[in-house]
Write a protein that binds this ligand. Structure first.
Ligand code: DGL
Length: 260
């Protein structure tokens, strides 16, 4: 098989990375994709960093067995825990693309108020995030907002309704009066609750996720390594999950096809 026809591997702790895959299918419709969600071990964001590294390497091994030509770590938490080690081991054989909270576009809006970064506790406590925050802290008021429990809701298919509304109101209430410049979705699960979140925010606040930037970076890397698929449509998508259940696969396709 030509290297261009080999699939691109996507990985996340669960169904979240499908929000990035969706963007990739939009931008690179001729490519073949293989997704692996580790829902059996989700959430990663409250685990020990070494455990997340080990789980990430297992998932990547699975994708390498599937003959992927490039790897997208479509998980902010796994990126902050393991991207350096992954690149050290694999970047000679294929491009490795990670994701981080999209703080830059949020700052560029130049709106008054705080920029709230919703993410998992691990993403916000790792040095990758403090370095990112240091780059912008003189230009903007940045408020990291850990959201433990939110990944678990989305993993069970809760993307609307009272339970989610209550969770989001409790998180956002302290900031509603002081004005919010933007909300950054620093976890790939969160784009699936964008609609519910916008209903909680009283004014029209930009809600930003990093999937477009990540997929553009993927495209650049495919070109650089000279492995981009020349086809302009008709690519395939295969979804795998560590949970041996039809439900999670059904939920995955539902999320992938959800119109935002
Ligand atoms: N989608 C993952 C992220 O972007 C969620 C991590 C988790 O399982 O806690 O961080």
């Amino acid at each position: 098989m030509n290297v261009e026809d080999r699939p691109i591997g996507f990985f996340d702790s669960g169904v979240g990375g499908l929000s990035v895959l969706k963007e990739a299918v939009r931008l690179l419709p001729g490519e073949n994709f293989i997704y692996f969600g580790d829902s059996k071990n989700a959430p990663y964001g409250i685990k020990d960093i070494n455990e997340v590294k080990a789980l990430t390497f297992n998932a990547v091994d699975f994708l390498i067995e599937k003959n992927v030509k490039a790897l997208v770590v479509a998980c902010n938490t796994a990126t902050s825990a393991a991207i350096i080690d992954l690149r050290e081991k694999y970047s000679r054989i294929m491009p490795i693309i990670g994701i981080e909270p999209a703080l830059k576009p949020a700052v560029e809006y130049k709106r008054k108020g705080k920029i709230i970064i919703m993410a998992t506790p691990m993403t916000l406590s790792e040095s990758k995030f403090s370095n990112l925050m240091n780059n912008y802290k003189s230009e903007a008021q940045i408020e990291p907002l850990p959201c433990p429990g939110l990944v678990e809701l989305i993993e069970t298919g809760v993307i609307e309704g009272d339970q989610l509304d209550k969770y989001l109101r409790e998180k956002m209430n302290p900031f509603l009066d002081e004005g919010i410049a933007a909300v950054v979705l620093g976890c790939t699960h969160y784009p699936f609750i964008r609609k519910a979140l916008s209903q909680v925010l009283t004014e029209k606040v930009p809600i930003i996720d990093g999937s477009r930037g990540t997929v553009k970076q993927l495209k650049r890397q495919l070109n650089e390594y000279n492995i981009i698929n020349k086809k302009i449509k008709g690519g395939s998508i295969e979804i795998n999950n560590s949970l041996n259940s039809d439900e999670i696969i059904k939920l995955s396709y539902k999320l992938l096809n959800l119109e935002e």
